[in-house]
Design a protein around this ligand. Structure first.
Ligand code: SF4
Length: 269
């Protein structure tokens, strides 16, 4: 596809929380990825997160019938598949992104071991605490729940990791985290999206399942969400894409930028 066709496609596509945060961080990064289609450098942390989510999803969709060993097998298969796919794109792992010091090879092995342990501990957490997942249609649990909603004319879509039923029958949005970055904005947007789609339900809070600590975070109240400010962020990002202006914002974020190899503005500080 041409640059023009890529740009038009981006202008017309629905937004997502990750698109918005990426654009706010550095509009030029979004341009490089979505219009110039620069191949991002692989990151094992990303595959680690995806494989953990897949294992938790399989476990929940099995009606929690999968054993811990079976859930771990799902994690390990997904992780290996993802790493092999990325090796097919960038064979030299020293070019890969990594968050910690040490070699890229160590990082790959370390995340395989950590993800294995985190998956096992997730199963133990569920068996011990028995969180009740919401069943919007009375049957399937709300896991990796797709939504598409509208904020002031801007379409926004995404997948909610889990929706949990609180003891008082209100709803709680839950995001599963293998990393440490937490976004209240994301939880609030997902809560507002649920409110739009299910006006008869009450979404009162959100939280994170923290795989590193094998526990759930303190809840974030939906009552603290400033709906006008959230809508403003979404609309402003959409207008930014349509404006055709994509300034670079070099800074700390350049260290974790997966398209920095194609950027002449990169900060090395
Ligand atoms: S390297 Fe820095 S300035 Fe360049 S695109 Fe990435 S985040 Fe933006």
């Amino acid at each position: 596809m041409t640059i023009e066709a890529n740009y038009t496609r981006w202008v017309l596509m629905p937004r997502s929380v990750s698109q918005i945060t990426e654009f706010e961080e550095c509009p030029y990064k979004s341009w490089l990825k979505r219009v110039e289609r620069i191949e991002p450098r692989p990151a094992a942390w990303s595959t680690h997160g995806t494989a953990f989510h897949t294992a938790a999803e399989h476990f929940e969709k099995s009606g929690r019938e999968l054993t811990a060993d079976q859930a771990v097998t799902v994690f390990q298969d997904e992780y290996s598949k993802g790493i092999n796919r990325d090796l097919g794109k960038v064979n030299d792992i020293d070019q890969w992104m990594r968050a910690n010091r040490g070699t890229a090879a160590d990082d790959l092995e370390d995340r395989f071991a950590k993800g294995t342990e985190q998956t096992r501990r997730y199963v133990e957490y569920v068996q011990d605490q028995a969180p009740v997942l919401w069943r919007p249609d009375g049957e399937a649990p709300a896991v990796e729940m797709y939504f598409k909603v509208d904020f002031e004319g801007v379409k926004l879509r995404g997948y909610i990791d889990q929706v949990v039923l609180n003891k008082d029958e209100t709803l709680r949005v839950r995001d599963l985290k293998t990393g440490s970055t937490k976004s209240k904005f994301q939880l609030w947007v997902y809560g507002l999206a649920l409110n739009q789609l299910y006006p008869d339900e009450q979404v009162t809070n959100g939280d994170w399942y923290l795989a590193k600590d094998h526990r759930v975070s303190r809840p974030v109240k939906m009552a603290d969400a400033d709906q006008d400010a959230i809508t403003e962020r979404i609309v402003s990002m959409d207008q930014g894409v349509k404006s055709g202006d994509f300034p670079a914002k070099p800074g700390f974020g350049c260290r974790f930028c997966d398209v920095s190899h194609a950027c002449s503005f990169r900060s090395r500080s």
